[in-house]
Write a protein that binds this ligand. Structure first.
Ligand SMILES: Cc1ncc(COP(=O)(O)O)c(C=O)c1O
Length: 374
């Protein structure tokens, strides 16, 4: 059997990693400023993370959601306290798409409605409703197109008002900072406006924090820059530092009932151990503050490079916009400078999504290499 060929691959075979350093099968070292697509939050093979997972594996890797699992309860408590979201309940699943799928489903159960408002350049995953709310027709199959989604431009107050008053929607879903789409954000005024309109019209506001959450933006959640309270918050990526885990935080005003949501693997013992380790390291090493401080340092350094036309994003979720398409630059950064960076739907944007424990020296190395590659 061969692999179903859906990924254009760089010719690099990583076999070992530590912090932001990655080694390939020939022993060549690379620096990971991409975090495996914003997944690596506390650094590759962090010793506390490895130990927590190994210890759990020695005890028990998995049991289903039909028995008590104190690890899940401990995780919910710690997550609530660290994210300042104690008035939400946690439902665990396995990926970002699945988190958004469950968020949209909850919105539909809760309101009895089915239409969704999403935004231009959004990315919410590849499952049924999540992909339908993703602004990319080429990854929507006919089966996904059955969903009813209205796409609006971010920060267009009039269009939003007209839409929400003219039709019946169950949910508004948006990324607090767009990832794949290219680091655009709702303004505080727009976020507060849509939060109020959602409340007035019994529409559920879903903040997709799959990429921007878990400290990456310099706050635990990026929506926290805007003084709003979403109804549902979806999480994944940085939550497990590479262990496949996701979840939704559901505001306590939602009513739960047995069987409403469910999953075989979600919240399993190993996933909880990985997620607990991530929270412990984020806290013990002050990584959210580090993301904020080093994000500012990165922006300062970027401002001295004339080829960079715009710097977008917050914390360590940053996009550098050039006045040319960056595919060639990205390839040079990997092949010649041995540094991983990310791309975006906006082809002129180079994305910087490292682990949150990088240092000033790591950023200096990045800019030295970028100057050479330019
Ligand atoms: C904002 C956002 N939401 C959802 C997803 C989907 O997550 P997953 O690939 O884990 O399904 C992604 C993935 O890139 C994302 O960036």
């Amino acid at each position: 059997m061969k692999l179903f060929d859906v990924y254009p691959l760089y010719d690099v075979t990583p076999v070992k990693a530590k912090g932001i350093e990655v080694w390939d099968d020939k022993g060549e070292k690379y620096l990971d400023y991409y975090g495996g697509h914003a997944v690596i939050s506390i650094g590759h093979t962090h010793p506390h993370y490895v130990k927590r997972i190994k210890d759990q594996l020695d005890q028990m890797a998995f049991y289903s959601n039909s028995v008590q699992n104190p690890l899940q309860e401990g995780l919910a408590q710690k997550l609530g306290a660290m994210s300042d979201c104690e008035n939400y309940d946690l439902f665990m699943c396995n990926s970002g798409a699945e988190a958004n799928e469950n968020a949209l489903k909850m919105a539909s159960f809760h309101t009895g409605k089915s239409k969704v408002i999403a935004f231009t350049n959004s990315f919410h995953g590849r499952t049924s409703a999540a992909v339908a709310a993703t602004d990319n027709p080429s990854i929507n199959a006919p089966i996904n197109k059955q969903q009813k989604v209205t796409f609006l431009a971010l920060n267009d107050f009039d269009a939003f008002e007209k839409a929400i008053e003219g039709d019946t929607y169950c949910a508004v879903i948006l990324e607090a900072i767009q990832g794949v789409g290219g680091l655009d954000e709702p303004t505080t005024e727009f976020f507060q406006f849509i939060a109020k309109k959602c409340n007035d019209h019994n529409v559920v506001l879903i903040a997709d924090e799959v990429q921007s959450g878990y400290g990456r933006s310099g706050k635990f959640f990026a929506f926290q820059y805007h003084g709003i309270e979403p109804d549902i918050i979806s999480i994944a990526k940085g939550m497990g530092n590479g262990f496949p885990v996701g979840g939704i935080l559901i505001h306590e005003k939602f009513k739960s009932s047995y069987g409403l949501l469910g999953t075989t693997f979600g919240g399993n013992h190993l996933a909880c151990a990985a997620s607990l380790a991530v929270l412990e390291v984020l806290k013990d090493e002050n990584l959210i503050e580090n993301a904020e401080t080093l994000g500012a340092y990165f922006k300062e350094k970027a401002s001295g490079i004339p080829e960079i036309k715009k710097v977008k994003g917050r914390g360590l979720m940053i996009g550098l916009e050039f006045d040319f398409e960056v595919a060639g630059l990205r390839k040079k950064m990997i092949v010649e400078q041995h540094m991983f960076t990310g791309s975006a739907k906006n082809k002129k944007l180079l994305r910087f999504l490292p682990a949150l424990n990088i240092t000033k020296n790591d950023i200096d190395l990045f800019f030295e290499a970028l100057k050479k590659a330019l």
